[in-house]
Design a protein around this ligand. Sequence first.
Ligand code: NAD
Length: 293
Amino acid sequence: MQLIDGKLLSKQIKEEIARDVADMKADGQKTPHLAAVLIGANPASQFYVQSKVKSCKQVGFKSTLIERGAEATEAEVLQIVEDLNNDPDVDGFIVQLPLPKHIDELKVTLAIDPKKDVDGFHPVNVGRMSLGLPSYLPATPYGIIQMLERYKIETSGLHCVVVGRSNIVGTPMSILMSRKAKIGNATVTITHSRTRNLKDILLKADIIIAAIGIPNFVTADMVKKGTIIIDVGINRVEDATRKRGYRVVGDVDFENVAPKASFITPVPGGVGLMTVTSLLMNTLQAAKGEVYG
Ligand code: NAD
């Protein structure tokens, strides 16, 4: 079993980005600039946005955080989006989800200029990704692709089972794994809460990508020997032995599945760390005009 080390990879990728940024600056080009919009005080969202801003600093990006209270109106948020679309200094921006319930997330996503949509959530980018055209890939799937590529895992012809069909992980992951590309060319099965006989399907998998949100859902009896395991789940479980009263576990029962796996991502220290790194990669591509020219 080989551990896919998200901590190490994300550090390496950030160093590569930092070198690129230093070269761009030395060349007289403008500093890549990522803006983040945070509406309301959801602690998880605050944590994610802070780590995005911190990561920008680490690689030498300029970052702007625009914060409004949970009472912000939809019109105000749409105006912020419009301003960012029109700000020539901003290369890319994200609107941290979820938004307060009175704001239509789809409407906000649709208002973002696809050229600046470094989260890759706009239907134009999803469509471009589906057609194999240059696009910003959604951060978590992009991070997983990086992990597979940098660990030189050959995916061509393998049976990849994706568990979960969310718009941000499961669905784009299934598209990326089936496309004709270096990491891809897999035969993909996408499964979800209505799937019957999930265990039988998982036992036929060469690669399992678990994005469910249920702690330790994938157990050793569901996995054949030699399977490549990508665990996307980030779940808090109570743990009185920890100072904060909980610990974070994935969707895979790591302890018992790892001995059967050929490769496996840990939680924490796996996919989660790659997600922010992917956002930086998309922002760098935006600053260089690599996706839309
Ligand atoms: P979600 O919460 O939107 O949906 C869960 C998916 O799991 C659904 O598609 C559902 O059909 C499927 N599902 C639920 N029960 C199932 C069952 N019994 N059998 C098969 N499928 C079942 O999904 P999400 O937003 O992709 O999040 C999934 C997990 O990944 C969560 O733990 C989340 O915190 C984590 N996550 C991690 C990152 C990261 O950066 N590592 C990013 C996004 C999400």
